[in-house]
Structure formats: C-alpha cells, structure tokens
Design a protein around this ligand. Structure first.
Ligand code: P1T
Length: 388
C-alpha cells in the first residue's frame, strides 16, 4: 500500500488501497491476469507465481484493497460469500461449538444447520440483539461467535464491542458479517472483532455483475490457516470477477452515501404510510437500536424491510407484484433498486416457525434501495403500496 496509509480517508483507500500501476506496462488499472499457470525459467526459478489457485495478481490487488478498507492486515477473497463462510468454518474441528445470530442470511443458516452440523460441529442460534443471550450460549467448546449486523432481513443489530468484551477473555473468535454496512459505514475490526466477512457480491461490487466473498483479519495465525484453506480447498474467485469488484470499490464511498440518503427518505415514507404495519430500518428514531446504530456505524445503509398490511403472504404478494421501477429479485447492494420477498426467496431455507418466532412474517418485503433519483423511487413505492 505505497500510495495510501492506514491514516488515509476511506474514499482514498477505496480507490488506491492495494493498487499499484502494473509493473510491466504502468497500466493504472489492475490488469485481468486471465491465466491458470505461470512459466518457470528453470526448475524452481519463477517470479513468485506458480499456479493461479494459489496466486493471481488481480485477486491479490482486490484482497489488498478490501484489507485496506476494513483496516485489516490481511485480505482473502473467495468465489462467493458462502465459500468464504465455508472456509471460516473449516478452521474449526469436530466437536467445536459456534454461537450464531438467529437471524442471518438464509444460506448462512442452511450451511451451518444442514451441512456443518452433519460434520459434527455444534451451533446455537440466539437473539444476537442481546449480548447476554450470546454470553449465556457460550460453552467451554465455543470457538466462534458469528453475527450479522444489521441482520438480513430484520435489520437487527449486535453491539460488536460488547460481544468482543464477552468473547476475548474466553478466547472465542468474533466474526462479523459486514455485508449490509460495508467498511464505508462500519469497521468491525476497529471495534475488536477478529474477522470482517463480506458477500462482495453486494455493495462492494455494487453493480450486480459478479459473485464473491471475502475475509479480512489482522490475526496472523488465523490468516495463515485461512490462506492455507483458500488454496487447499480452492474456492477462489476468477480474475475477471476480482477486476469487476475492484472497479466497484472505487466508487464505494459515493454509492454508499447515495444509498443511505435515498433509503432514509423511503424509510420515513414507509413509516408514515397507512398500508404499512412495521418498518425495519436502523436510521429511524423508532428503531429499537437506533442509538447503537449511531454509535457503531457512521450511516444506516440502503436496506429496508417492512410489513405491508396485515403481514400475510397475500398482502406481501399484492405490493410485491405492483413494483415497476424496483426490480423483483434476490440479492442487494447494486446501483439498481430491488424488492425481495425473503420468505420465498433469500430465506426459503429457514423453517417457517423459526421465521415467525423472530417477527419475520410471511408477507415481509425487503428493499435494496439503489442510487436512482429518489423522486422516482418514491413514486414507485407509493404506487405499489396503493394496491393495498
Ligand atoms: O450470495 P453469496 O455471495 O454467497 O453471499 C451470501 C451472503 C452472506 N451474508 C449476507 C448478509 C448475505 O446477504 C448473503 C447473500 N444474500 C443474498 C443473496 C440476499 O439476497 O440476501
């Protein structure tokens, strides 16, 4: 990181961290090193690159960039967010225990509950808005606390610094899924967490044109273990996808400002609307953890969930089907606005009783508020709600 320091501003880091003009040509943008292998001049005599599962310069540039953004010593990228979660869990051994927030992305829950439980890992899913509940769930064999904050889709928060206080004396690692906030608004490592996790598919890429994941840490031993697993298990992203993400992070700061601005306006409209029963957005003063949101992050982001009408599937369907500018689709964090019905889409793998017990009703809708003109988004939202 020659051109930036740890003291540089986050917008500067987004553009420059991990980036160097290409040593061969001086190309300012990192080239897409689309190669699987590298020539050796003579036996064992090479330029530090042998095989692209192990080393790829485009990937290394992305990893340096994301590490810079999260204030981490190290960055590792993966072929998807779930591939990154999987690598993280592979650092554990049979019999180890993980405390996980009860509301996570459905695929994270599925990976833990349906795959890793079968391999002898033990998981306790808790209400992670309560640090006491997290502390109470810890056992002598607990090795990791995994939280999303804010959660997908209920926008619940976990007090990262308070969880770290519980975990550190017990030698438990704290992993924070920072996908919704991005390092632009929230930096878990600065609050004491051991790992910041990202589905880079989302805001870091920002343009809905690749799938990827990342793990950022300053823990030397953990990084070594994860780097070994990245190569040994091989869930690496391709260079083109790394390039696309790098292109995305350059505009992270301006995009996040606009996502946040637009979402604040739409959340306020939803809160006042007679067809809406409940809004989940940490930027609203009525959010039960609004004070924590202000303390822990410097913005509220672009994700809003809400319960239309009586919360039934029918009410959700009516509103969902009327959107015209918001695209009906899974995923989030791109420049374009999306609307999702989590119960049938992103969280279909979460049992209904588990969903309902968290207040995640059948008709709940989730908005990924894009960076379009807010007047157009407002008009679409109002006409969609007009269906109720
Ligand atoms: O899709 P993938 O890149 O593998 O990332 C998984 C993941 C992890 N964590 C969070 C908070 C996520 O939102 C996701 C993926 N989420 C969606 C696809 C979605 O629409 O919610």
């Amino acid at each position: 990181m020659a051109n930036v320091t740890s003291k540089s501003g986050i917008s500067t880091k987004a553009i420059h961290a991990g980036q160097h003009p290409d040593p061969t040509t001086g190309a300012v943008m990192t080239p897409i090193y689309q190669t699987s292998t590298y020539a050796q001049e003579s036996l064992g005599n090479h330029k530090g690159f042998e095989y692209a599962r192990t080393h790829n310069a485009t990937r290394a540039a992305l990893e340096g960039n994301l590490a810079g953004l999260e204030g981490a010593k190290y960055g590792l990228s993966f072929g998807s967010g779930l591939a990154a979660t999987n690598a993280l869990i592979q650092t554990l051994s049979t019999g180890d225990h993980v405390v996980c927030g009860q509301n996570t992305y459905g695929g994270t829950y599925r990976l833990f509950d349906k795959v890793w439980k079968r391999h002898g890992l033990d998981f306790t899913f808790v209400d992670a808005t309560s640090v006491d509940a997290i502390a109470a769930a810890c056992k002598p064999n607990t090795k990791m606390i995994f939280v999303e904050t804010p959660t997908n889709p209920l926008m619940q928060l976990t007090d990262i610094a308070a969880v770290v206080k519980v975990a550190k004396p017990k030698g438990i690692r704290v992993v924070v899924d920072n996908t919704f906030m991005t390092p632009y608004f929230q930096r878990p490592l600065e609050l004491g967490a051991d790992v910041a996790f990202h589905s880079v598919t989302k805001y870091l890429n920002g343009h809905s044109d690749m799938i990827g994941g990342a793990l950022l840490t300053s823990d030397d031993a953990l990084h070594e273990q994860l780097r070994f697993l990245q190569n040994a298990a091989g869930a690496v992203p391709g260079p083109m996808d790394c390039f696309l993400c790098l292109r995305g992070t350059k505009t992270l700061a301006v995009r996040m400002q606009r996502h946040d601005e637009n979402a604040r306006e739409l959340a306020a409209i939803l809160e006042k609307h007679k067809a809406v029963t409940r809004v989940f957005y940490p930027g609203l003063a009525s959010h039960p953890q609004h004070e924590l949101a202000k303390r822990q992050a410097s913005g509220f982001g672009g994700m809003i969930s809400f319960i239309p009408g009586d919360g039934s599937l029918e009410a959700g369907r009516k509103v969902f089907n009327r959107f015209q500018l918001f695209t009906r689709a899974e995923s989030l964090g791109g420049v374009e606005s999306l609307v999702c019905h989590p119960a049938s889409m992103t969280h279909a793998s979460v049992p209904r009783e588990h969903r309902l017990s968290m207040g995640f009703e059948d008709g709940l809708l989730r908005l990924s508020v894009g960076i379009e003109d807010v007047a157009d988004l407002r008009a679409d939202l109002e006409q969609a709600l007009g269906g109720l």
